[in-house]
Design a protein around this ligand. Structure first.
Ligand code: BGC
Ligand code: IFM
Length: 815
């Protein structure tokens, strides 16, 4: 069952009924001002930091689930009938409803009893505001008298405090209404530096800024008394809950459309004026007036919206593909790339599943996100790398997560998540492969942002590698620390009191648990660093890194191989995890993926055997589960992984992030059919027709799909902010389609499903444009052994680098 359809031409997903199984959301904003918006206009906005500068209030886990947003109410003043233009919150029946989520904008259209409303929501480039452009049309053959009410509920800036500190906050809220503009100025009294404004393009019949006056006592957003009566009260909030609502009266002739523009924005005072002497509490709004006036003009809005579309044309123009599979095309060309950009902007901070107050930037997460957006915005990827690397500790270790503003984070118990540092090497390698910008390796970067500690970025990479080598366990495998990629595999957890909740404590320091996953990741990273060292002419170092990789490969085969797959780990007591010896959790997906990616077991058949085991034991129609059998009960020696009910999250859920590792591994072995089959199993677009089972948005990946042990097998959760976006993008574009940047050029080595006759693509790479055509006989699963580059035969699959500005024709002919 579907709840809408893809409009690929418009690059939109069109939702045709409001009651989707979960809020299906979109993001507004691209640099400083962001918002989340659901298909019924639910959501909130913030400036830079979803916790500390939240403009509008949103109550998570509400009932109904999605309540609070950018709501417009319409009222037929002749009859008193009123409704919501986006269905929520009144939920009055609509004769027509459509939500179009596009690239950084959302358009919601509806009609009731001959009155049509279409609202476009977006954040213009380079502005710290959002525009709501409402068009109200009278489709009746008689005149209509319509009242339009806007509404937002202001958040008192710090979302955490706003949701908890009522004894203070019920007395601090302040607004100012001036010239029809509602200014929210709580905190201005002491800080004098920031405020919000909410403006309307039309003359007002009235306004409200006190929630209780607007809603009425004991009423909710579904039936505001002001809307019911059709008259605003002019309330000015003092304490309690400041809101913004404009009342506009529209007299519409038959067929007439009126456009009403609302602008909600964030303003900061010029620095020099921040510390005005106390006295007048009146806002300094000289500098925002012109901005407001400009954005209330229809021409500005039209131009701003066109500029946003052009921005996305540029961002997505760098890679365009035409394959025999429409789901693949729309994911690669539009939605997967879009999701990668959203993870770049938001990391894991604010979604409908991440509250915007919990997490900062993940060291591991951000490095992996890079893999998905480096080709779209290489300059910003460079900044991001330097920013992340500057949080690395001098030991080579890392804060697991850090706050973007303070750059401080959590690595509170001495031993961190021991995979973290290695991701920096993989992130930097991806950047170098895309850009060839070796200069970044010389950039001075501090440790823990301490002035004076700067070392070239290259040294950070070597410390990352040594961090693993300095922490090897009894089998010579890397110590896992608190956990590795799998946050919940807490093998150094133990408690003197059986039955106590798991915890990693100071006692865990010195824990001897080892990770085969990190071992595979180390081999991969050491080989990458060797390639980088070679480019720098450090051949001796390169040889050292390769030797370390080879030694670790030997250790994996000796202690990490279980007979038919790679083991997962050794626990605190030296027992294997992810082994046939275990009663539960016998096989885990992660090491099968990472070890094969690293090239372990390619020559001796172990890799192929491991991937067969994945197919036999872990693959389901909805994707590959994380491990089997699921843990049926809690085990203190395993930690959080066993705290989840079977089939959810890390306890045998389909953790989508890991699936592309297997897809890539399959392509390395040349199995295009299997790789693509796995790709389609979790592709949101390919799952659209089972939206009633999948339940999350069909246009973006979710972190998890419930595994076969769960009663809700196939149900997706935690959409949008997940490393799944980047890794799937890499799997399909770089390994299945095979267009893969390397340190010395662009490789084109497709590993396609046998029934494909080929595909076409255009890829920008280091300033040149590559027009790629792949042709192969249907039924052939072979790979290319040569290319035609501008008609000339080139042995192998590496396209020699072309001068910037040139266009290169690349033909891949597989016979
Ligand atoms: C995992 C969760 C876990 C949390 C805290 C997240 O990354 O997905 O399952 O509860 O980390 O460790
Ligand atoms: O690897 C982690 C990631 O960093 C955050 N979400 C869950 C993953 C698996 O535990």
């Amino acid at each position: 069952m579907r709840y809408g359809y893809f409009d690929d031409h418009a690059r939109e997903y069109v939702i045709d009924r409001p009651d989707t199984p979960l809020p299906w959301i979109n993001y507004l904003g691209s640099e400083a001002y962001f918002g989340l918006i659901s298909n019924t206009a639910g959501g909130y906005s913030f400036y830079r930091d979803a916790r500390l500068r939240r403009l509008t209030r949103y109550r998570y886990n509400n009932a109904p689930l999605d309540l609070g947003g950018r709501y417009l109410y319409l009222r037929d003043d002749a009859t008193g009938d009123y409704w919501s233009a986006s269905w929520q919150p009144t939920q009055r029946d609509l004769d027509d409803y459509e939500c179009r989520h596009g690239l950084s904008y959302t358009r919601i259209a509806s009609a009731r009893r001959g009155i049509r409303a279409e609202t476009l929501y977006f954040v213009p480039l380079n502005e710290t505001l959002e525009v709501w452009r409402a068009r109200i049309t009278n489709e009746r053959d008689t005149p209509a008298e319509i009242s339009l009410f806007s509404s937002v509920e202001f958040c008192l800036w710090d979302a955490q405090d706003d949701a908890t500190n009522f004894q203070r906050n019920f007395s601090t809220g302040q607004v100012e209404v001036d010239g029809g503009v509602i200014y929210h100025k709580t905190e201005y009294r002491e800080r004098r530096d920031h405020f919000a404004y909410f403006a309307c393009s039309e003359p007002l019949a009235g306004f409200d800024t006190q929630r209780e006056a607007f809603l009425g006592a004991y009423r909710g957003w579904d039936r505001p008394v002001v809307v019911e009566h059709g008259a605003a009260t002019g309330s000015v909030a003092n304490g309690w809950a400041p809101i913004g609502s404009h009342h506009v009266r529209l007299a519409l002739a038959p067929g007439e459309t009126r456009e009403v523009i609302f602008v909600l924005g964030y303003a900061e005072n010029p620095r020099a004026e921040k510390f005005d002497p106390p006295g007048s509490q009146t806002l300094n709004k000289r500098h925002v007036r012109p901005v407001i006036e400009r954005w209330l003009r229809p021409e500005t809005v039209t131009e701003g919206f066109a500029a946003l579309a052009a921005h996305w044309d540029r961002l997505l123009g760098g890679l365009r593909v035409r394959t025999p599979d429409a789901d693949t095309d729309r994911m690669v060309n539009i939605w997967n790339a879009y999701q990668c950009m959203v993870t770049f902007n938001l990391s894991r901070s604010a979604s409908f599943f991440e509250s915007g107050i919990g997490r900062g930037m993940g060291f591991r997460d951000s490095n992996q996100d890079l893999l998905g957006f480096v080709h779209i915005i290489p300059e910003r990827a460079r900044e991001r790398i330097l920013d992340i690397a500057a949080t690395q500790l001098s030991t080579g270790g890392a804060y697991h997560q850090y706050q973007p503003l303070t750059k401080r984070g959590n690595n509170d118990i001495g031993e961190g998540f021991n995979d973290d540092p290695l991701w920096l090497i993989l992130g930097v390698a991806a950047y170098l492969k895309e850009t060839g910008d070796l200069g970044i390796l010389d950039e001075p970067v501090p440790f823990d942002n301490l002035p004076g500690s700067e070392k070239p970025l290259y040294e950070h990479l070597t410390r990352s590698l040594n961090y693993t080598l300095d922490r090897l366990g009894p089998h010579g495998l890397p110590l896992i620390g608190r956990a590795d990629w799998n946050d919940c595999l807490n093998l150094n957890c133990f408690s003197d009191t059986p039955g106590e909740p798991f915890q990693t404590t100071e006692n865990s320091i010195g824990g001897q648990a080892e990770s085969v996953f990190i071992a595979g990741q180390f081999v991969l990273a050491a080989k990458e660093l060797a390639g980088i060292a070679d480019l720098l002419g450090l051949h001796g170092k390169a040889a050292e890194y390769r030797a370390a990789a080879e030694k670790m490969t030997g250790t994996i085969i000796e202690h990490g191989w279980d007979g038919a797959w790679f083991r997962r780990a050794y626990d605190f007591y030296g027992n294997p995890i992810g082994s046939g010896e275990n009663d539960e959790g016998q096989i885990f997906v992660e090491p099968q993926g990472l070890c094969v990616l690293a090239g372990v077991g390619l020559d001796d058949g172990l890799a192929a055997r491991a991937l067969d085991s994945v197919a036999e034991r872990l693959a389901t129609p909805h994707g590959i589960v994380l491990q089997q059998p699921a843990y049926s009960g809690y085990r203190i020696e395993l930690g959080e992984i066993s705290s989840y009910p079977p089939g959810y999250k890390e306890n045998a859920g389909i953790f989508c992030h890991t699936n592309p590792w297997i897809m890539i591994a399959e392509t390395i072995l040349g199995n295009g059919d299997r790789a693509f089959d796995y790709y389609r199993r979790i592709s949101p677009s390919a799952r659209e027709r089972i939206s009633d089972v999948h339940r999350s948005e069909p246009y973006v990946y979710a972190q998890m799909i419930a595994g076969r042990d769960a009663p809700t097998h196939g149900e997706a959760k935690n959409s949008w902010l997940t490393g799944t976006a980047a890794w799937n993008f890499v799997a399909i574009t770089q390994w299945i389609l095979g267009i893969r940047p390397e340190l010395t050029g662009l490789r084109v080595d497709p590993v396609l499903p046998t029934d494909w006759p080929g595909y076409q693509a255009t890829r920008s790479y280091r300033g040149a444009t590559y027009e790629i055509t792949v042709r192969k006989p249907a039924g052939s699963g072979r790979r290319a052994d040569h290319l035609l580059v501008d008609g000339e035969r080139v042995e192998g699959t590496l396209v020699p680098p072309a001068p910037a500005g040139s266009t290169v024709q690349v033909e891949v002919v597989i016979s």
